[in-house]
Design a protein around this ligand. Structure first.
Ligand SMILES: [Zn+2]
Length: 262
């Protein structure tokens, strides 16, 4: 496998270097849906700081991008397609569907994970149907629990998701998304989402963006000037436990990303 040597931006080290104060919100940013487009993926991987990369299984560029992210010291997730209520596009490789047997689930999950080297966790792609079904989410948590140290990130595409409850039952470390950065791709809308994240998160927050040119433009600009006295960027693996606690204690949280803070 050819490995890419990508220039490490000087800014990368300065982003988190002096974020000492305990009260600084800690923000994890995940770039989702990588695996098809090489150039956009490589550009995303060059973003400064400990950004996390969620890579779709069995995609033409997924393995190469996972290797490249890992070479840059970035965290890699398997971005596992879970059945959605709305999606009616072409089948996506590695998809988990409600009609699967336990055996087919196990086989599909194993093949998906094997196609994304260096994955330290699993995040959900789509999933507005499957994440509300406790049976299949139990199977998913069993698969994750059986792989030591692995965790789950719920992209939270439905407020009825039971993922975090089941993760807790199975002893799987988990987090969930709080905002999508780029549902609207204007710089103003993205800036608003970023600000909202830092306000809502208080201590920890997870944002998801996509490798759209507008998102990458925005993040390149914002991340180049992160003031570490105001926020600290962290890989998503560092946002796990306290998010679980927040999920249990903050009843408003279910509304995040749907109707805004209440
Ligand atoms: Zn996705």
């Amino acid at each position: 496998m050819m490995r890419f040597k990508i220039v490490v931006l000087a800014a990368m080290l300065s982003l988190t270097a002096q974020a000492g104060a305990q009260s600084v919100p800690r923000i994890a940013i995940i770039i989702d849906d990588l695996g098809y487009q090489l150039e956009a993926g490589q550009r995303a991987i060059e973003l400064p700081g400990p950004i996390t990369y969620a890579i779709l299984p069995q995609t033409p560029r997924g393995r190469l991008l996972a290797e490249a992210a890992h070479d840059q010291g970035k965290e890699v997730l398997l971005h596992l397609p879970l059945e959605s209520i709305a999606y009616d596009g072409p089948d996506e490789p590695g998809s988990i569907t409600l009609d699967m047997s336990r055996k087919a689930f196990h086989r599909t999950f194993g093949a998906a994970l094997a196609s994304v080297p260096h994955a330290v966790g699993v995040s959900s792609h789509r999933g507005s149907l499957l994440t509300r079904h406790p049976g299949h989410m139990e199977w998913l948590m069993e698969e994750i629990r059986d792989r030591e140290g692995m965790f789950f990130v719920d992209s939270f595409t439905t407020p009825e998701s039971v993922a975090l409850q089941l993760a807790a039952e199975f002893g799987v470390a988990a987090a969930r998304r709080h905002v999508f950065l780029d549902n609207e791709r204007s710089p103003e809308a993205m800036a608003k989402q970023f600000k909202r994240l830092t306000e809502l998160a208080q201590r920890h927050g997870v944002a998801i963006g996509h490798p759209y040119p507008e998102t990458l433009d925005f993040l390149e600009r914002v991340l180049a000037d992160v003031d570490e006295k105001i926020i600290e960027l962290i890989p998503v693996s560092e946002a796990l436990n306290s998010l679980n606690q927040q999920a249990q204690t903050n009843s408003n949280e279910a509304a995040w990303g749907f109707n805004g803070p209440k």
